[in-house]
Write a protein that binds this ligand. Structure first.
Ligand SMILES: [Fe+2]
Ligand SMILES: [Fe+2]
Length: 275
């Protein structure tokens, strides 16, 4: 079944080479001096290079026969994800030098995704990419709409995370449009989202735990309580705030550009001089 492409906003998807350097004097707790938030985002970063390679490969399998405009967007998407992987590898190396098991986590992710490549049909692999790209776009939207979220982050780390958030928003509809054009099954798209949401939280929790354990802080219950309440509690409840954006994906008529984040992106591009 082939559904029509419903792109509402067209963004130029421009791969940008950034060449960030991460100095070793950036503290281990680079996010607000808070081990919980710092390790949650560090664990995510460990999964990015292989995760993003999986996204690119899953889209590549459906590249033939796309309309010209979408084909161009796919090239932009591939370029952006390749640069994200490279920059996050630099950051991950810096955290590895501090004694965190970043390479072990990356190897685990690589093996897990190798299993998915063998077990899942190409359609399901693409739906998995759409699901994870939606989760990424929702987190990126959180970073762009709530300046207080990234505000207490070490200034040397902000350009990496803002740049990544901006580009994730720029290309948030690419895998989705490829899926709608080449597969178009609501059942595959929505069921894969439900599965990947569970997997995402399970494995993000596991990798964060591995980092806590390497530091010997896995039983710091006060830290866990504070962290959970910051993400899921009443105030500020960063992830709770984004639940509407997340659940919109399950509407049959959903399209990523129904949430127009262009103005937000332009604002942050100016702040970080990203052209
Ligand atoms: Fe990315
Ligand atoms: Fe992405």
């Amino acid at each position: 079944m082939t559904a029509s492409i419903t792109t509402l906003v067209t963004q130029t998807i421009k791969p940008r080479r950034m060449n960030f350097e991460f100095s070793d004097d950036i503290p281990m707790d680079w996010f607000a001096g808070d081990p919980f938030k710092s390790m949650v985002l560090t664990a995510l970063s460990a999964t990015f290079p292989d995760g993003e390679r999986f996204f690119v490969d899953s889209v590549r399998q459906f590249q033939a026969g796309l309309p010209k405009e979408l084909e161009r967007e796919v090239r932009g998407f591939i370029g952006q994800e390749a640069h994200h992987g490279r920059e996050h590898e630099n950051f991950n190396d810096m955290m590895q030098r501090k004694g965190l098991p970043m390479d072990d986590i990356a190897l685990f992710v690589k093996k897990g995704l190798g299993f998915m490549r063998k077990r899942l049909s190409p359609e399901r692999q693409l739906a998995m990419t759409c699901a994870l790209e939606h989760l990424t776009a929702v987190f990126a939207e959180l970073a762009l709409t709530e300046p207080d979220f990234f505000k207490p982050m070490d200034e040397r780390m902000k350009p990496l995370w803002y740049w990544h958030a901006i580009e994730e928003n720029e290309h948030k509809a690419v895998a989705f449009d490829v899926f709608q054009h080449q597969v178009g099954s609501y059942w595959i798209r929505s069921s894969q989202m439900a599965l990947n949401t569970i997997e995402f939280f399970f494995f993000s929790g596991l990798h964060t735990y591995q980092l806590f354990k390497a530091r010997g802080i896995q039983r710091d219950w006060a830290m866990h309580r504070r962290g959970f309440s910051e993400f899921f509690g009443r105030n500020p409840g960063w992830l709770r705030k984004m639940s509407g954006a997340y659940f919109a994906y399950y509407k049959p008529s959903f399209h990523p550009w129904q949430r127009d984040t262009s103005a937000l992106m332009n604002h942050w591009k100016e702040v970080y001089q990203i052209d």
